[in-house]
Ligand binder design. Structure first.
Ligand code: NAP
Length: 276
């Protein structure tokens, strides 16, 4: 079995390779080895390797950058997935495409399930939705949110570092969503890739939160003072793109498929704190 991974140097893609390495040949080119804006090079790479699974973790995830450069956003987030879909059909690969909670407008306070209609607010969200449409009904589309990679800077580390300093720990509190620890997402990706599942899957850790609540939880569990956490408004950060205020995802397909539910983010944090 050959697994081909696009976006193999990203927060998620880096770890996806490791999950399949034991049992498959993994082809995971870097940007230097394969520019994903070059249609000819992508075609050549996929036709040469003829993977049975193709996982697209590549994206342009700079939400404000996408607003400023919609053409580049379209190339990577929308056109590329469509091309990958065509190529995967040609070589008989199952395509797993990673998408985002930003396809929703956030005008609710009930977590979105896979049947609900998207309505993106930003160029990033719109191009990611176009990417979902481009991969079509035969691919697995996994929507996730607030990815936290253990091998990189993540919000747990950031909050703990800030508690080592003096003064308030200022975190935004104007968006609610779900965290997703990469290590908890990997088995889900593997399951749906190997079962060649067709359709949308929402995959996040359980527990809707905002960064303020999350920082207070970490404070309590790491013997820091939760009262040092104060809300900052995201607007202060001069963000260009509009973000959904509420984009929690209901993992209803995971429940229906009866695979192990993804643990609550608080359990994931407690596990991380035990390791520090
Ligand atoms: N991060 C989040 O919180 C979050 C939330 C919801 C959904 N998602 C989705 O999850 C997926 C993975 O996100 P991530 O955070 O892992 O993304 P990331 O860290 O920004 O990684 C993106 C990957 O795409 C590659 N890439 C982009 N343009 C390329 C090009 N022209 N040629 C070759 N490679 C290119 C990057 O290569 P370089 O390393 O060379 O730049 C990198 O490997 C994406 O579909 C994203 O939309 C992410």
């Amino acid at each position: 079995m050959t697994v081909f991974i696009c976006g193999s140097t990203g927060r998620l893609g880096r770890s996806v390779a490791k999950v399949f390495e034991q049992e498959a040949k993994v082809v995971a080119p870097t940007r230097q080895e394969l520019d994903l804006r070059s249609k000819d090079d992508i075609k050549e790479a996929i036709e040469a390797n003829r993977p049975s699974i193709l996982i697209n973790c590549a994206a342009w995830t700079d939400v404000d950058g996408c607003e400023k450069n919609p053409e580049l956003a379209k190339d990577i987030n929308a056109t590329l997935p469509q091309q990958l879909s065509e190529l995967s059909k040609k070589v008989g690969a199952h395509l797993v495409h990673i998408s985002t909670d930003f396809v929703f407008d956030g005008k609710t306070d009930i977590p979105y399930n896979e049947k609900q209609l998207p309505n993106p607010l930003s160029v990033y969200g719109k191009t990611k939705l176009d990417g979902e449409i481009g991969v079509g009904p035969s691919a697995t589309i996994i929507r996730t949110s607030w990815l936290q990679a253990q091998d990189d800077s993540n919000m747990v580390k950031w909050i703990l570092e800030n508690f080592k300093k003096t003064g308030p720990v200022e975190v935004p509190n104007d968006r609610r969503a779900n965290l997703t620890f990469v290590s908890d997402l990997l088995p889900v990706i593997k399951h749906f890739a190997e079962s060649r599942y067709e359709g949308l899957v929402h995959a996040t850790n359980r527990g809707t939160t905002n960064w303020c609540e999350f920082a207070k939880f970490i404070a309590e569990k790491s013997h820091n003072d939760p009262n040092r956490v104060i809300p900052s408004e995201e607007e202060k950060l001069n963000r260009i793109a509009e973000r959904p205020a509420f984009s929690a995802l209901d993992n209803s397909v995971i429940r229906e498929e009866k695979i192990d539910p993804i643990q609550h983010h608080q359990d994931a944090v407690l596990g991380l704190l035990r390791q520090t």
